[in-house]
Design a protein around this ligand. Sequence first.
Ligand code: PRX
Length: 631
Amino acid sequence: MPYQFKNIFVYQSAVEKALIDPEAFWGEIAANFHWFSPWKKVMNCKMELAEFNWFQEGKTNISYNCLDRHLTERGAQTALIFEPNDPNEKAQHISYTELHARVSQMANVLKANGIEKGDRVCIYLPMIPELAISVLACARIGAIHSVVFAGFSATALASRIQDCTCKLIITADGGFRGNKELDLKIIVDEALLSCPSITKSLVVKRTHSTINMLSGRDYYLEDELQKVTTICEAEIMDAEDPLFILYTSGSTGKPKGMLHSTGGYMVYAGYTFQNVFDYQEKDVFWCTADIGWITGHSYSVYGPLLNGATTVLFEGIPSYPDFGRFWEIIDKHQVNQFYTAPTAIRSLAKEALSWVEKYDLTSLRILGSVGEPINDEAWHWYHKNIGKENCPIVDTWWQTETGGILISPLPNITKLKPAFATLPLPGIKVALMGEEKQELIGNEVSGSLCIKFPWPSIARTIWGDHQRYLETYFTAFPGYYFTGDGALRDEDGYYRITGRVDDVIIVSGHNLGTGPIEEAINDHTLVAESAIVGFPHDIKGSALYGFVILKEEHTDHGKLREEINQIISDQIGPIAKLDKIQFTSGLPKTRSGKIMRRILRKIAEGELENFGDISTLLNPELVAEILKDKR
Ligand code: PRX
């Protein structure tokens, strides 16, 4: 691959080129992909208006680039290894030729069921091959996929379907996750009661459990596949045609449907996969993230397949049937690059080392981390026990909105520093902003993390709400993209991400906005008001602490806590349940009525004093009261 930074010299010249002539830099990278017809201009962007146009008028198709392009050279090579939840079930090896045929067939099923270019298709599936196949099939015909993580509840699923008016849903009878079975079709049935835009649902048989099939709406996928051929030409797509919508939590209100477009996302996912993971021919790459999250989109499916790699899809969880499961899979499939989240590392690090030592991990060359800051201890455990001190750890910082990795070490090029995401990739211009909204110059500073120059895979908008997109990301620091994170730049110019500076809390690597959770809690008939903050947790990184005001006193707090968590689970999903709930008579508020979360955060963290200036509070006496109840 010509866009590979083979050594420090190639890397340095790329950094320079990207700085001096970004258009030429990105044009050269994009030239490594297949275009039905070339672009007229590399970029035409207006950061202040959040208008981004990359590879203007270029025509391409990402599914073509992931599949067709590889057929002559590597048709027989394994594209996808499916490792089932149950280790006794046989793994599947799907070649590029077979994947191409299955994606084409799936694309024909979508067409036969009325899906056309631009239509939205919801995908609510467990981590089985059909999930990757469905994503690629949508891309093949220009339908916009909206994958919803199969751990979300019926209410959360419904709100995502309604927001982008999906026409069809692809789901399964159920899914296996550890020793649990997920009743996916039951959840879908409930969601569809309030989703009139959906006219068809395609159901994959996975658990073979008994389900209801609504005549005229629900069809088994296996029956539909029988009716069509395995030949489907890839649709010619404009570089700026939408590729997918993926929802992410906001600090308030409904989830934001981040819209990514075809050409820019493709170029960036391919470029970053190649370089951050130092991909070499025949490598086996494993990203443990579910395709329901951006990490799974970019680095389980698109990034690896764009580069002709072999990618592992794992249906299960790290602790089932035992704590050796991850290490067993690495050994079994001779994985070369392993990419996971700090929360998984922390949970496995607390188990006996014998789980690791049972397996041969010598195939590993690169380790990756994503989703939240990795603490020193977890970094060292990972480096020593999994990488045997031989594998660089790429601590990759990025977001659903960025489409791909923006800040990360490059293996064998960047000198590592534990818990530092280190440096922006060539082509990415990072800025730290101070309290006065000025850019902080020089090293040893910390501030709000912003990006000051567009890159190809920046989200194009929030589906249906460009104003919200502008307000959320482009108004805090005009002319800059504001990430919502804080970061520091140390004496070497390296970046360390310090965490969110807004009301998003990252629990086990999942972004959770406080707003939607508070709204769910407030739906309980006895709740008057609530506020959620994060507090440090050994395994999850952060956990949720809820302060809840009741409308009237109630004696059975245990039962109330259970009911509140049940509502959260129903409306959002079990991942958003609170670890701690404290009932209180009020919340500390400013005179303008804003909840002082800073104080609640300190209380949740176990701070007993040092609350700073609380004189501006409307109700300063409340702080002592909340503290008393906590103890
Ligand atoms: O706070 C940062 C954190 O995860 C947020 C993005 O979450 P999401 O859109 O769900 O995407 C997660 C996977 C890309 C960021 O704003 N985050 C992500 N990676 C890191 C991180 N925090 C610290 N270090 C990282 N490597």
